[in-house]
Design a protein around this ligand. Structure first.
Ligand code: SF4
Length: 228
């Protein structure tokens, strides 16, 4: 995942129960916490989402701002604080999560960063920032061994989550959603189809079953996955 995200991006993952017959049960909104309109915090804590996850970079203000073009660390801290206030005042059950992005340069202090950020949320977890190997060397990111070796990872993504991008489009998975057009698989758009219909989409079902049974021929885009 590239650290240079849209400074005001929000995306949604619907998490399900592992098969096409099941329904999407857990709605997870992921944001970089860069909104400038206070009503967004209110909407996020309205109870529509089960979890609101804020993606942040370990390493302090300068590391955060250099990883995210146009983003402001001060705005992030203000919005996080506003989110917590809103949760308290509304007695919202929505979980506030922090996804702490860890790079090779911050890996040795991962525990320290997790401890520092954890009072600001209900749950926290680390994610290692990876990059496709076609990007230039020297970037402060990991490269997936599956991409380097051309292997197919064991992956549960299609059984547990479905990403909805800010424009409503729904890719096969969060990783494939960043692929070039010729290899990206789009299942549809939430503005045109219901979430259940998309969750049961034949392509998503095929990838779910292919991963379960380890039939690589049925999941060609997963070979050399750069993010797993
Ligand atoms: S492309 Fe990667 S993340 Fe997506 S389903 Fe395949 S292995 Fe999983």
């Amino acid at each position: 995942m590239s650290g240079a995200e849209n400074p005001r991006s929000i995306r949604i993952s619907a998490r399900g129960c592992g098969n096409s017959a099941g329904s999407a049960r857990f709605v997870n909104v992921v944001s970089n916490g860069q909104w400038s309109d206070d009503s967004i915090a209110e909407a996020l804590m309205s109870g529509a989402a089960d979890m609101v996850e804020i993606s942040v970079d370990a390493g302090g203000k300068s590391a955060y701002e250099s990883a995210r073009s146009g983003a402001s660390h001060d705005r992030l801290m203000r919005n996080l604080s506003r989110l917590r206030e809103m949760k308290r005042s509304r007695a919202s059950k929505t979980i506030i999560g922090i996804r702490l992005m860890i790079r090779p340069s911050t890996r040795s202090r991962e525990r320290e960063y997790l401890r520092a950020w954890s009072p600001l949320c209900d749950v926290i977890f680390a994610q290692y920032v990876s990059k496709p190997s076609i990007l230039t060397d020297g970037e402060d990111m990991y490269t997936s061994s599956h991409e380097l070796l051309g292997t197919t990872p064991h992956c549960s993504y299609p059984s547990r989550a479905m990403q909805i991008k800010a424009d409503g489009s729904v890719p096969l998975c969060g990783i494939n959603g960043h692929s070039p057009k010729d290899s990206a698989i789009m299942l549809g758009n939430i503005l045109d189809s219901g979430i259940e219909e998309l969750w049961k989409h034949p392509i998503l079902s095929r990838y779910r079953e292919a991963h379960g049974a380890r039939v690589e021929a049925l999941m060609p885009v997963c070979r050399g996955c750069p993010g797993a």
